[in-house]
Design a protein around this ligand. Structure first.
Ligand SMILES: C[C@@](CO)(OP(=O)(O)O)[C@H](O)COP(=O)(O)OP(=O)(O)OC[C@H]1O[C@@H](n2ccc(N)nc2=O)[C@H](O)[C@@H]1O
Ligand SMILES: Nc1ncnc2c1ncn2[C@@H]1O[C@H](COP(=O)(O)OP(=O)(O)O)[C@@H](O)[C@H]1O
Length: 274
């Protein structure tokens, strides 16, 4: 079975508290971004163990601990009828970019395994497997805009239509570790409650919707503010860092054309429609 795990954007991100387990409580709207990897899962050839073939962007770490393999093995532990599998992952979405690419791969591996082998798991059950693989991972099970709270793994509905907006994502190639980024944050309540701020026109978000990681990372990574500034110069109505970075995105109204932008050759730039 072939699936296309997509990335996500964070629209507003507030780190409100440090939890006793060392994780942080957050408030953020997660939005699917149609920038995708490709993942195929097949039963392995007879006698072969579970393995993964990786192409595209190099993924740091041992392939045996790739999140897709971990997702498959997590289900195998509860469903012994699952045979060894052959996984193929073609990695396109930048890694450590705040775009949730690894979490998406894991969530899509759970969903594809569920379908391919008729496990009949409902979305709630898939979400609880996903939570065990990463805080961001459960979002990708239903994969629709939500207000995420707690570790980013509990969701509240939000009435927000972003479809049709033009989006540009700029990844400057800085790999910022998630744990490192959280360590720089001093938790506090948001100045403007996110749900209320997002209910106002997009033109107001620049003054009311922010990402706590942006301020925390600015002194070390001045390139991030520079990208955001250039997205605004190209006419974006709203621009922000996504997650813990280093990808920065801009949003334009439906049908709008961003002014031409020149970026350094080492940057990866995606443009599309939400
Ligand atoms: C910051 C966010 C915002 O959407 O996204 P990314 O920038 O990674 O895409 C997420 O909270 C990232 O979620 P995810 O990448 O799944 O994190 P995990 O693997 O669960 O945790 C990695 C590390 O981040 C820290 N962490 C993560 C989530 C959270 N609510 N509090 C934390 O303190 C912990 O130090 C943890 O060890
Ligand atoms: N399939 C995968 N794709 C990307 N990263 C993966 C994958 N499996 C494991 N990882 C590990 O997860 C880490 C974070 O990946 P990713 O989700 O892309 O970043 P972010 O949390 O910034 O959105 C990487 O350091 C990588 O080593």
């Amino acid at each position: 079975m072939l699936v296309f795990p997509n990335a996500k954007l964070n629209l507003g991100l507030y780190v409100t508290q440090r939890r006793p387990d060392g994780f942080h409580r957050l408030e953020s709207v997660f939005v699917p971004l149609p920038w995708t990897d490709a993942l195929e899962i097949l039963p392995a050839a007879p006698g072969q163990p579970t393995s993964i073939t990786l192409t595209g962007r190099p993924i740091p770490g041992d392939p045996a601990t790739n999140l897709c393999v971990r997702a498959y093995e997590l289900l195998q532990a509860d469903f012994p009828q699952l045979p060894p599998a052959q996984l193929y992952l073609h990695k396109v979405v930048p890694i450590g970019a705040g775009l949730g690419g690894g979490s998406a791969d894991a969530a899509f591996a759970l969903k594809a395994t569920n379908e391919l082998f008729n496990l009949a798991l409902m979305p709630e059950a898939l979400e609880s497997y996903a939570r065990r693989l990463g805080s961001d991972c459960a979002f990708f099970i239903r994969n629709q805009p939500v207000l995420a709270v707690e570790k980013g793994d509990i969701f509240e509905e939000i009435d927000l239509s972003l479809s049709g907006l033009t989006c540009v994502v700029v990844y400057p190639g800085l790999h910022i570790g998630t744990a490192e980024a959280y360590a720089r944050i001093v938790p506090q309540a948001p100045k403007f409650p996110l749900r209320e701020a997002l209910a106002q026109p997009m033109s107001t978000w620049r003054d009311t919707v922010s990402n706590d990681f942006e301020t925390a990372l600015a002194p070390t990574y001045p390139a991030l503010a520079d990208i955001k500034q250039r997205l605004y110069e190209a006419g974006a109505t709203y621009a922000s860092l996504s997650g813990s970075g280093s990808a920065v995105y801009g949003l334009w109204p439906a049908g709008a054309q961003p002014a031409p932008m020149a970026w350094p050759a080492e940057y990866t730039v995606w443009q599309g429609v939400l």
